[in-house]
Design a protein around this ligand. Structure first.
Ligand code: MFK
Length: 551
């Protein structure tokens, strides 16, 4: 063929469930047979949707970002955030598919979280980050489930967890202000008590005044906001959490002005706004004070979402790069036949696998916590792993996305290939929901203020004890040695008063060891169970590659 007639075939995605040998293997490992049968057929169907109609909606939403219409034609201030039809359709699909509801229906007890997150994992990379309003809606549902005690909060919970698209709500999570992003205790929004009206009698009503600097998914029907009740002390303990229903029955914002929409590097379909609260009515949830501790029940859910979104983005980037490598010919043969390219993809695949198993370990523990089946040790491990999995998977998501772009050469840098979006959308993951350093300090908080370290160490050592396969003995010894080395270096840091400066190294080491153990357990299962045979070679290879790296 003459060179002038050559056109590079574009990468193509297959059914993202059927093509994901690890996801299928993992579910076969973790789920009882009857549940696996149901989930398997549901995900096979959904895995097709995420590369067909849902992917098309995601692209359409990305092409038509939200815009702010501050005034109506006659000069009335309306602050209407106009989103695309595609964005609204993604909301409808999310409700009908039960993307939040599955976790609260609990049809499969504490494994319902795993079912739900497996579905979200398929949905996220196709959804133009519709996963963000879902994450915050889910976090708010958990917060209300734990702390809500009146009709209004119960009604909001029902909206957040329904499958009925006409009733379905998502939520904002309004914590960030000009005075405090990571340092939430510097929140300056105030709450002024109001007499309860007849319609809401028994509910503690307040009016909120202040500025919220970043509010994601501002088209949501409600938000959970932090504010300081007049007269409450300064600092985090003086903050309280409020449920705000954004609009009245005519759709008008209630005591809220949208100052502007943020112009962001990525997540372009997602409306993110800067707001002034000027008497926005809020319902106090969970009593006055200690708002940061209470709202942790919300952001510990959204942090797990973040980790699932990170591993989902990695998997999608690799699926595209791998397909492209079969189609792109250089130096006389497809990229996939070039040893160095193949090796690079295999290394990235090992990173994605370790991160996947790490993230889904937290998902399983979250399910147990929510259903009351977690042991004290599980709770300790979850407390430690939540910041660890968030920070670690987010960092690696950026790295994998960057490498995946590079695997496309120049095409990876060209917007209309759709490939740059992978990197732009990954870059938010280490930032929102707590930056890497802030979460590393949260890891220290968990280690120094709770029993999380002992729980984590006992748990991982007992799981390593159960790996009784001679071919894995070397890997197990290596993991044990790393635990010992970490314990020693932490003690040295404690003795030298350098724990804080070492917080990131400690968090990364915990993540690496946790993922190593999970990879070893999965390798054991996949070599000893027929249902894992399809993935056993990849499981063994990724464990070897993972252990050859140190962070
Ligand atoms: C697709 C995925 C999409 C994901 C959705 C993305 C949407 C984006 C929305 C956002 O990004 S919203 C903004 C997110 N902002 C943050 O996540 C804030 C980051 N900063 C922190 O996490 C700080 O560490 C923190 C605000 C918690 C520090 O506050 P303080 O008040 O200095 O903390 P302090 O005094 O250590 O803790 C207060 C209490 O909370 C303590 O309880 P006790 O008083 O009972 O001891 C802590 O133990 C508890 N606490 C703090 N973090 C906790 C926690 N408890 C459990 N889990 C945690 N993670």
């Amino acid at each position: 063929m003459p060179a002038s007639e050559f056109y590079q075939p574009a990468p193509r995605l297959d059914n993202q469930y059927e093509a994901d040998s690890l996801l299928r293997g993992y579910l076969a490992w973790r789920l009882p047979a009857p549940m696996l049968r149901d989930v398997d057929s549901e995900l096979a169907r959904f895995g097709e949707r995420v590369v067909t109609d849902i992917a098309a909606l995601g692209r359409a939403a990305e092409a038509q970002p939200p815009r702010l219409v501050p005034y109506d034609p006659w000069g009335r201030r309306i602050d209407d955030i106009v989103v695309s039809d595609a964005w609204r359709e993604l909301d409808r699909i999310s409700a009908v598919e039960g993307l939040v509801a599955i976790a609260y229906e609990r049809a499969n007890g504490d494994l319902s979280r795993l079912h739900q997150m497996a579905k979200l994992y398929l949905f996220h990379p196709s959804s133009s980050t519709y996963s963000c309003p879902l994450a915050m809606g889910d976090g708010a549902a958990r917060f209300l489930e734990v702390y809500g005690a009146d009709d209004r909060t119960r009604a909001a919970f029902e909206h957040l967890t329904t499958r009925d698209p006409a009733e379905f709500w998502t939520s904002g999570q309004w914590m960030t202000e000009r005075t405090g992003g990571s340092d939430v205790s510097a929140t300056s929004t105030t709450a002024r008590p109001q007499e309860p009206t007849d319609a809401v009698s028994g509910v503690d009503c307040y009016q909120l005044f202040g500025t919220k600097w970043f509010t994601s998914a501002t088209t949501s029907q409600m938000a959970i906001a932090l504010a300081r009740i007049d007269g409450a002390p300064a600092g985090g303990r003086g903050l309280s959490a409020f449920l705000i229903e954004l609009r009245d029955e005519n759709g008008a914002l209630r005591g809220i002005r949208v100052n502007r929409l943020k112009d962001k590097l990525g997540t372009r379909a997602l409306p993110t706004a800067e707001l002034t609260l000027d008497g926005a009515p809020g319902t106090l949830v969970g009593g006055a004070g200690d708002g940061v501790r209470k709202i942790a029940s919300m952001f510990n859910v959204t942090r797990v979402y973040n980790a699932v979104a990170a591993v989902a983005g990695m998997r999608r980037a690799l699926a595209l790069a791998r397909d492209y490598a079969t189609k792109r010919i250089a130096f006389g043969k497809p990229l996939i036949e070039q040893p160095l390219h193949r090796e690079t993809l295999a290394d990235l695949d090992a990173v994605a696998r370790g991160c996947f198993l790490l993230a889904f370990h937290a998902v399983e523990l979250l399910g147990k916590e929510e259903c009351g089946t977690a042991t004290e040790r599980d709770l300790g491990v979850l407390r430690l792993l939540t910041p660890v999995v968030k920070l670690y998977t987010a960092k690696h998501a950026v790295r994998v996305a960057s490498e995946a772009l590079e695997a496309f050469g120049g095409a990876g840098y060209i917007e209309d290939t759709g490939i740059p979006q992978l990197l732009r959308d990954a870059q938010v993951l280490p930032i929102w929901e707590g930056t890497t350093n802030v979460l590393s300090l949260d890891v220290l908080r968990a280690i120094e203020r709770t029993d999380a370290w002992t729980a984590w160490r006992t748990d991982i050592e007992s799981r390593l004890d159960a790996i009784d396969e001679s071919s894995l003995a070397g890997a197990v010894e290596q993991i044990r040695a790393r635990i010992e080395a970490l314990a020693r270096s932490m003690q040295a840091a404690r003795d030298g008063s350098t724990l804080e400066t070492n917080a990131r190294r400690i968090a990364f080491a915990i993540a690496h060891i946790s993922a190593s153990a999970r990879l070893a357990e999965y390798a054991l299962w996949s070599t000893t169970h027929p249902a894992g045979a399809h993935d056993s070679a990849a499981a063994a290879d990724s464990l070897t590659r993972w252990l050859a790296s140190s962070s």
